[in-house]
Each structure stands twice: as structure tokens, then as C-alpha cells.
Design a protein around this ligand. Structure first.
Ligand code: DQA
Length: 145
């Protein structure tokens, strides 16, 4: 099983970026934990981060050639990127949307995700644990249960 985890804009600043909201772990630390967790489950899990919409769309297109599923934290693009929504739909890959913070309990603009309808589930508000929950969801889905 092969899974791509995509982190969107500003998530490269994790650890320093509003730690009260996003936690103190760096993205490199989280990625290492995700890869290790995947390994335990026999998943070849790869991670990528990009700050631009087009590059994220390219990652989704490339994933069509090798991945079985996608986990994506589209960050601020969550709230307005129809292009990322379209790319996920076009890929046909099962996808899970992730957020560290509880987007439904923050500013009004964060409550709405244009990406969610392209995903199996949206996992939000559990800090870095949101990503681990997403791995479990996708793993079960890909195993057919
Ligand atoms: C986020 C929530 C978004 O609203 C925000 O723009 C982010 C991070 C999260 O993980 O909580 O950059 O996706």
C-alpha cells in the first residue's frame, strides 16, 4: 500500500507558527513519525509540502502514477481552491482531508471546506494526531473494511 501525504502552504513553519494553535512539533518531526507509523502498518508512506497551488496539483497528478491514496492538509487552500478539489476528483484516488486545528471553531472563513466533497472524510482538531487518524481511515478503506 502506498500513500502520499501532502501538506499545504505555511505548514513548513510548523513548530514556530502559532504554536498555541498548531503545536510545537516541526513538520520534519511529524513527517518522520508518520513514515514510522506507516512502516508499522506495512504502508509505503511518502510526504511532501508545498506553498503553491499549482505544485500541489502536480503532486496529485504524479500520485496517480504510483499512490493508492492521498492524505492532504490543504491549509488555507481548503477554503477556496476549486483547482485542488478538481485535481483530487480527477485523480480518482481515495483521499482524506486533515487539519491540525478545529477549523469549525475558529474564524468563520475556516469553517467551510471546498475540498471536503472530494474526500472520504475530514479529520480536524486533533493536532498532529489528525494525520494518524487519517492514515487509519485510509488504511481501512484500502483494505476494504
Ligand atoms: C489548517 C487550517 C487552515 O484553516 C489554515 O489555513 C492552515 C492550517 C490546519 O491544519 O489546522 O494553514 O489546515
Amino acid at each position: 500500500m502506498k500513500i502520499l501525504v501532502i501538506h499545504g502552504p505555511n505548514l513548513n513553519l510548523l513548530g514556530r507558527r502559532e504554536p498555541g494553535i498548531y503545536g510545537t512539533d516541526t513538520l520534519a518531526e511529524i513527517d518522520a513519525e508518520l513514515v514510522a507509523y506507516g512502516k508499522e502498518k506495512g504502508i509505503d508512506l511518502r510526504t511532501a509540502q508545498d506553498n503553491s497551488e499549482g505544485a500541489i496539483i502536480d503532486l496529485i497528478h504524479e500520485a496517480m502514477t504510483w499512490a493508492d491514496g492521498i492524505i492532504i492538509n490543504p491549509a488555507a487552500y481548503t477554503h477556496y481552491s476549486y483547482a485542488i478539489y478538481d485535481a483530487l476528483r480527477a485523480s480518482g484516488l481515495p483521499s482524506v482531508e486533515v487539519h491540525l486545528s478545529a477549523i469549525h471553531r475558529r474564524e468563520k472563513f475556516r469553517a467551510h471546506s471546498v475540498i471536503a466533497p472530494a474526500c472520504l472524510e475530514q479529520i480536524a482538531g486533533h493536532g498532529k494526531r489528525s494525520y494518524f487518524i487519517a492514515i487509519d481511515v485510509l488504511y481501512r478503506y484500502l483494505n476494504g473494511d
